[in-house]
Write a protein that binds this ligand. Sequence first.
Ligand SMILES: Cc1cc2nc3c(=O)[nH]c(=O)nc-3n(C[C@H](O)[C@H](O)[C@H](O)COP(=O)(O)OP(=O)(O)OC[C@H]3O[C@@H](n4cnc5c(N)ncnc54)[C@H](O)[C@@H]3O)c2cc1C
Length: 479
Amino acid sequence: MAEQVEYDAVVVGSGPNGLAAAIALQREGLSVLMLEAKKTIGGGMRSGEITLPGFIHDICSSAHPMATTSPFFRTLPLEQFGLTYIQPEIAAAHPFEGNKGATLHRSLESTAEALGEDAQAYRSLFQPILSHWEQLSTEILGPLRIPSDPLLLARFGIKAGLSATHLASRFKTTRARALFGGVAAHAMQPLSALTTAAVGLVLTAAGHYGGWPGVEGGTQKLADALGSYFRSLGGVIETECEITSLKQVPPSRAALFDVSPKQFLRIANSELSSNYRWQLERFRYGMGAFKIDWALSGPVPFLHADARRAGTVHLGGTLEEIARSEYEVSRGRHPERPYVLLTQQSLFDATRAPAGKHTLWAYCHVPNGSTRDMTEKIESQIERYAPGFRDLILATTVTTPADLEAYNANYVGGDINGGSLDLRQLFTRPTLSLSPYRTSRPGLYLCSASTPPGGGVHGMCGFHAARLALEEVFGKSSN
Ligand SMILES: Cc1cc2nc3c(=O)[nH]c(=O)nc-3n(C[C@H](O)[C@H](O)[C@H](O)COP(=O)(O)OP(=O)(O)OC[C@H]3O[C@@H](n4cnc5c(N)ncnc54)[C@H](O)[C@@H]3O)c2cc1C
C-alpha cells in the first residue's frame, strides 16, 4: 500500500531559495509545508537590533540588485505583503583617497557621463546588455540549457567568460577600471579568474535595471513578505524545526532542501548513491566573510561627496589594489588593506536608527574558516576614506566566519555564496549535471545557493528546483 502523504511537498529551510521554491509549488495548487531550523524565517534575509536598541541592522544581505532583477521575484505581489524597496540617491560609490572617486548611478547614461574619457566604452559595454536585460537575466540566472536566443547569449557570454581584470582593460581611466573591479569583486574570487567579469556585468546591469536598493525597515521585511504571500496561498510554515535526518521529514511526494551539500550529506547520507555522495564530497566552498555592524552617532564622513549619498560603498582603491587583496585571500592570506563592502541604509531609511544616528554594515573577504580578527583592518580602510569615522562609533558587533556558520549552517567556513563561484561551479553546482537540483534519490531536490545560479537574494535556485520537481514528480510544467 502506498505511503499516506500529509503534504504534496516539504521544503526544508526558509532562505530566499526555500521561500521561492515553496511559493512556486504552492501556487501550482499543491499543499506545501516549510520547515525552518531557526525561530524566524528568512535565512540570509534577517535583520535585528544587534548593537543597541533602536538600531536595526541587516544581519546578512543588505543591498538588493539581485532581488529587484530576479525574474521570479519580479512576478510576485510582494508590495501587497509589506515590502517597500528604498532606492538610495546613488546606487554605489567607489571612493579614492582624497575627495575623488567613481559612481554607479542607477541611470546608465549618468554613470557613463561621469566617466569622462571612458563614457563611450562604458555605454558600448552595458547598453546592449541592458537593452535585452529582461530576456538575458532569465537565460543566465539558472542552469545550463538551450537558450531561446543563442546569438544574444553568445554575445553576452564572450564578455562574461573573461576575467574582470581582462574585461576592465578596455577602459582607459583608473576610475572606470576600479568601478568595474569593485563590483566584480563580489564574486569572492581572484579578479584574474574566468567568470569574475560575469559577476561584474550582472550586478552592474542589474543596478541599472532595478537599482541597488535596501528594504524599508530591514531585509527581514522581504522575508516576511515572501512568507506572508506563501501563507496567503495556503502554505504552512513551522519554525524551530531543524532537520538532521530524512526520518524527520513528514511523508510527501517531493522534498526540497535549501541546505548546503555538506548538510545534505548528513541528512540523506545512506539514501544517496555512492557516486552522488562522492560528487557532493568534492564540492568546494569559497572565501569566507568577516562582518562588522556599527551603531554610529552620525553619518560616515566620506571625503568623496557621492559616497556620502550612496547606499553601497566599495572600499579598496584601484582595480590593481583590489585584485591584489582578493588574490591574497584566495591564497589563504589576510590582506593588509582588504577590499571592503559597506552599506549605509539608515541614510535613506529613517526606520533603521534613532533620529540623527545611523547603522553601518560592512564585511571583507577572508580565507574560508579564518579565525583572524579583521576589525582593525576594516576600520582603517574606512578611516582612510572617511577620516574621523572612529569617533562616531557607539557600539560594534563582530561576526566571524565561524559565527556565520553557527548562525546558519549553509555558510560553511563563512562562505556566503553557498560554494565557490568558479568556472566549474558557476553553472553546474553542486554536481556536473544539466539538472543539478536533482539528487540521486527520486523525489529529493537541492534548492539552495549551492545550485545555479548561486549566491545572492534572488530565489532563482529555488524557482528552478521547484520547476524540476513540478515536472518530474507532479507532471506539471510551470512558467
Ligand atoms: C554577511 C552576508 C552578507 C550578504 N550580503 C548580501 C547582499 O547584500 N545582497 C545579496 O543579494 N546577498 C547577500 N548575501 C548572500 C545571501 O544572503 C545568500 O546568498 C542567500 O541568502 C542564500 O539563500 P538560500 O536560500 O540559498 O540560503 P539561506 O538564505 O542561507 O537560507 C537557508 C535557510 O535554511 C535554514 N536551514 C539550514 N539548514 C537547515 C536544517 N537542517 N533544517 C531546517 N532549516 C535549515 C537556515 O536556518 C536558513 O534559514 C549575504 C550573505 C551574508 C551572510
